[in-house]
Design a protein. Structure first.
Length: 443
């Protein structure tokens, strides 16, 4: 019996919103004033025996399941790829349009949202149309000096997010994972088709935060294409980065801005290229995917929370000691915003279904999780994975918001504040991990 012939296709489509669209990710209102770099949906289709698996990465902050499900339905109808074999994740750029309607966040453009699933789907449909014989190589490399745990311990045992200008020696509250995992696909003549990479790192930022930008993810693609050719689809997707950023608390390097984004992108691109340059090429591999159902439970808003939220809306100077606040109240400049967030959260259903994606591409196992996963969760999955190499795809297929550890909820910090876009109860991250581990263990 002959081995199935591996085939790979890749494509990208434009997701850039019109000027004036409100940009999501920061607290202030930011209508887009220009385009620093386009926002793209990038798809890589990998097929061995059976329908292809399609990995799509979008230059967006996040996407709810209502939109990703629509995109998958279009792909299934036009390309014949079952929904469970498609992963749609977001880079988490903070200079892209709003995609979730909330009362206290950036306004969404309904016309943009109406077109968005089709635009995303088109990248996958084109990638499937371009499937051709290929080999793949997978590998990992470590990138130094750009991954920092952004949560820092205080003297009273609690946590602050971002060290800022504080004096003293910074004490990170958790680990990092500076591992770049990469997959390189080449055609039968050895010409690169696509490079897919993954790193657990938050966005970097650019100089002008009112400009539409793909952030360092787009600069990564530029750096890869400079080495492999302008036709290569270069994808960098986000990993378990909920508590990770690029900011050196000792300020030994530039903190943010376009120059920093370029430097970080070049470092990550170099690691991805190094990881795959001499890795074994293979076309005789297994490609598979499955979905694990998961029920996510909402954070339980208390009567005291409701009373305090109403009081803050009437008097924003009231200290915002919501039930989730540990160590310090929500700061006064955003207290009213989070009061309204809490009341909106309270009106949400107590639970709803979501899912976890498990992808196998040869020696590489991918775990697609629906939120901003803390790095500790990703490291635990990697430690217990049955695959030779494992990568976590965060912000995938749905958005539950930040998924801290139980310990982090006890310590406090920005990531533990609850809202309509970060809404799950403590322990949800651990429950997601356990669901995957049980699946790996088998019956």
């Amino acid at each position: 019996m002959t081995e199935p012939q591996l085939r790979v296709g890749a494509a990208e489509t434009d997701l850039t919103p019109p000027l004036g669209a409100e940009l999501a990710g920061l607290f202030e209102t930011r209508p887009a004033t220009g385009v620093e770099s386009p926002l793209l949906a990038k798809a890589i289709a990998v097929q061995a025996d059976g329908p292809p698996v399609v990995l799509i990465t979008c230059d967006l902050l996040y996407l709810p399941a209502t939109l990703t499900d629509l995109a998958k339905s279009i792909i299934a109808g036009r390309a014949g790829v079952p929904a469970e074999r498609i992963v749609i994740s977001c880079t988490h750029t903070h200079t892209g349009p709003a995609t979730i309607r909330t009362g206290a966040g950036a306004a969404v453009d309904p016309h943009y949202l109406e077109d968005l699933p089709g635009r995303i789907a088109e990248s996958a449909i084109l990638a499937c149309a371009r499937l051709r014989p290929a080999t793949i190589a997978v590998g990992t490399a470590t990138v130094d000096g750009i991954c920092f745990n952004r949560r820092y311990l205080t003297d009273d045992g609690f946590v602050i997010t971002h060290f800022g200008n504080r004096s003293g020696e910074p004490r990170p509250a958790g680990p990092t994972d500076p591992t770049v995992t990469a997959l390189l696909a080449e055609d039968g003549d050895g010409r690169p088709i696509a490079l897919w990479a993954n790193l657990s790192l938050h966005y970097v930022g650019i100089d002008d935060q009112t400009m539409i930008s793909s952030d360092y993810y787009g600069r990564f693609a530029e750096a890869v294409r400079a080495q492999l050719g302008s036709d290569v689809i270069a994808v960098l997707c986000n990993g378990a980065s909920g508590d990770i950023n690029n900011v050196d608390p000792r300020r030994r390097v530039p903190i943010t801005g376009t120059r920093r984004a370029i430097l970080v992108a070049r470092a990550v691109a170099g690691a991805a290229l190094a990881a795959t340059a001499l890795a074994e090429r293979s076309s005789a591999i297994t490609v598979d995917a499955r979905r694990l159902p998961f029920r996510a439970h909402r954070y339980p808003v208390t009567d005291d929370d409701r009373e305090l939220a109403a009081k803050i809306i009437g008097d924003p100077s009231t200290e915002a000691w919501f039930s989730y606040a540990q160590g310090n109240p929500v700061p006064a400049p955003v207290a009213e915003r989070f009061a309204r967030n809490l009341l909106e959260l309270d009106a949400m259903p107590p639970e709803r279904p979501t899912a976890i994606g498990l992808i196998t591409i040869g020696d590489l196992g991918l775990v697609a999780l629906p939120g901003e996963v803390f790095v500790e969760h990703g490291l635990r999955l990697k430690e217990h994975s049955p695959h030779r190499l494992t990568a976590i795809i965060g912000l995938a297929d749905d958005h539950l918001g930040y998924l801290p550890t139980r310990r982090a909820f006890e310590q406090g910090g920005y990531e533990t504040w609850r809202s309509p876009t970060s809404w799950t109860r403590p322990g949800t991250g651990e429950d997601l991990v356990e669901t995957v581990l049980k699946e790996w263990e088998g019956p």
